[in-house]
Design a protein around this ligand. Structure first.
Ligand code: SF4
Length: 319
């Protein structure tokens, strides 16, 4: 009660970062599962979480989607969906060998990074993949040429990573990294390997870049920032870090139930954003709770207007 009173007494303003929440790749991936369930009925098997968000996964599970870690959990002949994060060629081969009917919900911007990996490795480069170990996206990209791609997870690794031939080195970046951090790592690699080449256009996707830009602007004016997203969501976790670098105390919450009222004590302005995999409805619930706590003003701070959309795979496209 005392915590509630302290929070209620201070919060005056909610600043919503825009853009926030779903990106085009996540909307497409969720629509793939939705359409597959409508057309074929449950069960539909999905390799890995379709997107990294607990609410999205729970909602689809309730409708008959079955999330599995690997294809050996999928019964023969069952319709199988690959998640937005992409898969290694070995996974595609396994599905083909088993004649599984597959719909690929890989985000087209992840597919672009895979194509670059094949191109760079194919011309004989050592490819330095800047990304997080164990993340499904990096595992998929590494699988394009495991013998030629080396993972560079952080700035320390950029100082020590070894390459076969320093005149033939290229880099790629996981789509959901922090823009500023990745730029620093690329600088380090370029100093060590002056012949380093990179992708024609940035690998960090438009949605990651835009959400980080928007929360930076909001964090500069907020006492506390709340990021809606799941703990396994890379882009959501980066939003927390980016807001902290802009000097706002920052917390990741799956939904409004995850907010610790002690975080809000003494905070006048609360910044709010959501990772690219977090549904907009979860932000609405959080804003409603902040308003109930006494926030008088809810305003939106827009840094970019997005108009990106991706067509659905042919298997689930409307005729
Ligand atoms: Fe695609 Fe970027 Fe969204 Fe990932 S965050 S699904 S790469 S648009």
């Amino acid at each position: 009660m005392a915590e509630w009173a302290a929070a209620a007494g201070s919060v005056d303003q909610v600043l919503l970062a825009s853009p926030r929440s779903f990106c085009a790749g996540v909307e497409r991936a969720i629509a793939v599962v939705d359409q597959a369930l409508r057309r074929h009925g449950p069960p539909i098997y999905v390799r890995k979480q379709i997107v990294h968000n607990a609410r999205v996964v729970a909602d689809l599970q309730a409708r008959g989607a079955v999330f599995v870690d690997e294809l050996d959990e999928v019964p023969d002949g069952s319709l199988t969906i690959f998640s937005a994060h992409g898969v290694a060629p070995a996974v595609r081969r396994e599905a083909a060998d088993r004649h599984l009917p597959v719909i690929d919900a890989t985000c087209p911007l992840v597919t672009k990074v895979h194509a670059e990996a094949r191109r760079f490795a194919g011309r004989g480069d050592t490819v330095l993949l800047i990304g997080h170990a164990g993340h499904e996206e990096t595992e998929g990209t590494l699988g394009e040429a495991p013998e030629r791609i080396r993972l560079v997870p952080d700035a320390a690794a950029a100082e020590t990573v070894q390459v076969t031939d320093p005149s033939r080195v290229s880099y790629l970046v996981q789509t959901t990294l922090a823009v500023d951090e990745a730029a620093g790592i690329v600088d380090t690699l370029r100093q060590r390997f002056p012949a380093l080449t990179g992708p024609g256009s940035d690998d960090i996707c438009y949605a990651t870049t835009n959400r980080q830009g928007a929360i930076t602007a909001v964090a500069e004016r907020a006492d506390v920032v709340l990021v809606v997203g799941s703990t396994n969501s890379s882009n959501s976790r980066r939003l927390v870090e980016v807001a902290e670098r802009a000097d706002a105390r920052s917390h990741l919450v799956d939904d409004v139930g995850g907010v610790d009222l002690r975080w809000l004590a003494g905070a006048t302005t609360v910044g709010v954003t959501a990772g690219a995999s977090a549904p907009p409805g979860l932000v609405d619930e959080l804003v409603a709770a902040l308003t109930a706590l006494g926030a008088r003003e809810v305003s939106e701070h827009t840094t970019t207007v997005e108009d990106v959309s991706f067509t659905l795979p042919k298997e689930v496209r409307q005729p």
